[in-house]
Design a protein around this ligand. Sequence first.
Ligand code: ZN
Length: 505
Amino acid sequence: MIYEVVIGVEVHAQLRTKSKMFCGCGTMFGLTANSQTCPVCLGLPGTLPVINQAAVEMAVRTGLALNCAIGAHNRFARKNYFYPDLPKGYQISQYEAPICEHGWIEIITGDSKKKIRIRRAHLEEDAGKSVHQTGTNSSRVDLNRAGTPLLEIVTEPDMRSADEVVAYLKGLRETLIYQDVCDGDMEKGNFRCEPNLSLRPLGQKEYGTKVELKNINSFKFVKDAIEYEIKRQTKVLNEGGKIQQETRLWNIDREETAVMRSKEEAHDYRYFPDPDLVPLRISEEWSDQVKSTLAELPAELRSRLEEEYGLSEYSAGVLASDKGFLKYFEEGVKEGEKLGYSKIEVGKELANCITVDIRGLTRMMNRRPGITENLSPALSRDPVREEIRPGTITVSAKNLMELVDKKMKGEISGPTYKAVLEEMFNTRKTAAEIIETKGLKQVSDEGAIEKIIEEVLAKNPAQVAQFKEGKQQVLGFLVGQVMKASGGKANPAKVNELLKKKLGA
Ligand SMILES: [Zn+2]
């Protein structure tokens, strides 16, 4: 039997507000357990929640970026369940009236484009964390995370492969980061993915029984878990078995999924409107105001970069995928304009420098232990890309442009440019300082080059004779000798030209 895979995805994105969803506690990650709590998020009786306006604004911003309709009439509901990390005995969420509905996002896999429909996105609060201590055989509860705002984003079952799911998740994460609503840091759990998956015989209309995969925190694990689950379900069905509706966990070490719990239905949670919170009305005027502050969407940004700066699809893609690099690039271009270049003239050169050379250097530095202490205090690692964040590059956009300018004017050769850039990275000196102290300035002066050529020709009479007999390839050897004698500083174009003249070619 051939089966079709049907996948929908739920993402819990932690909104990057300064304070929690319903109280004034902070949302910093990694502080001492229970230091960011108050009577409201501890669930003490008699306290009243207050809606965080910044969280609502971020939800609206996300909804607009995902082409959703924004619900004018919002209601918060209580989702009742017991768990040690949920002191109130319920989570405040949205049930009947979510803040965003009926959106879509376009994904690209291989050569094909596809729209994935967003069913809804609703606001809710996060639970605390149970910390299981294996040594003492005990568990403790940390409520620092309890009450931090989450946006749960749910798709329609529109995806048909693990690759489509990963493309969707990458696109969604990029959008959230671009709109400044979520850090997208999967390791810290502020972007959690829960795919649900079922199989149906190809051509059948009704869906099969779905299995939900809980809290996966890397794109690789998402892909692995889905591919494993497709194989597992295919086997069960082919052997005449039935799929149980359940929630399963991905075990990273054993590379398999295992049952976590049988799937609960919505009615198990006894949702009802939270009587402590007034209905939330969102005016069209306010939502329009939020719309005017939307950041450029990644796809639009890529085409703007290609048009405005004449960039290749590759460079535009790299810059568009990282805000830090993009800002660095655009600052660099502005510096270039001050030096009299047009955006197109300098754009390509600078984009190559950043997307190839600078990225290469940041990766290299990342591999060196202890390097972080020597860099700026703002340094942080991107756990997904495993690179040093571009905001922390030690070479300023102005200094970088100064170096690129020298390369463009032919004052330094290609290899010298690379060496100087690396030195700038390591020492924070400017290009001019390094070129000056190391005497790296490219020699274009004809007299000086001619002098070196004469010496080289005198030392290699055999090769000169060969050239005169018609052995053209000897020219390359002689050019190499001249370059070597000049310490790599001679302008290669000039060397070629003068050498040919001297040899009478
Ligand atoms: Zn609190």
